[in-house]
Design a protein around this ligand. Structure first.
Ligand code: ZN
Length: 159
């Protein structure tokens, strides 16, 4: 109880002293708008699609991360805003997994993320999750998920 009280007063001091120059700490999460692909879009192994997302922050963006994984177990990702990562996976098979991340030039409030993503020829068919994670300068993280399907191609072209 006593410790908690001390901690609270410390917080108050920090807050007061910070008031002079930088009056509020950024607690607003960045926003993610996935433009392409559409949710539930269908692809074939070997296809290339364009991932396009508009990332916006009220202050300053810091970094992004893209994660694509197979959804063989029908799991879902909570869209509830939380700091910790959602979706811990225990996929056992060798499935297509795509991971890429990058940093965003400082001072950027809006960033258009464009990635050409090629689905491997031997990608396992089924539902995939595509997740985008964005972090701002103050450490606020947000994420957005869509689902797409890689379907069997019965009329393969051999060029
Ligand atoms: Zn998932």
């Amino acid at each position: 109880m006593k410790l908690k009280y001390i901690f609270l007063s410390l917080l108050a001091i920090v807050k007061f002293s910070a008031c002079s120059d930088d009056d509020n700490i950024d607690t607003t999460k960045p926003e993610i708008e996935i433009v392409t692909p559409d949710d539930d879009e269908h692809f074939h192994p070997g296809d290339t699609f364009e991932l396009r997302a508009i990332l916006t922050d009220n202050e300053e963006l810091a970094s992004w991360k893209v994660d694509i994984h197979h959804n063989s177990d029908g799991h879902t990702h909570s869209q509830v805003i939380r700091l910790k990562h959602g979706g811990e996976h225990s996929h056992e098979e060798e499935e297509w997994h795509f991971h890429k991340e990058g940093s965003i030039e400082s001072g950027t409030k809006q960033y258009v993320l464009i990635l050409e993503i090629e689905i491997p020829h031997d990608a396992e068919h089924g539902d995939y999750h595509l997740g985008i994670y964005v972090t701002d300068k103050a450490g606020n993280e947000n994420k957005a998920f869509i689902t797409f399907e890689v379907e069997d191609d019965h009329h393969e072209h051999h060029d």
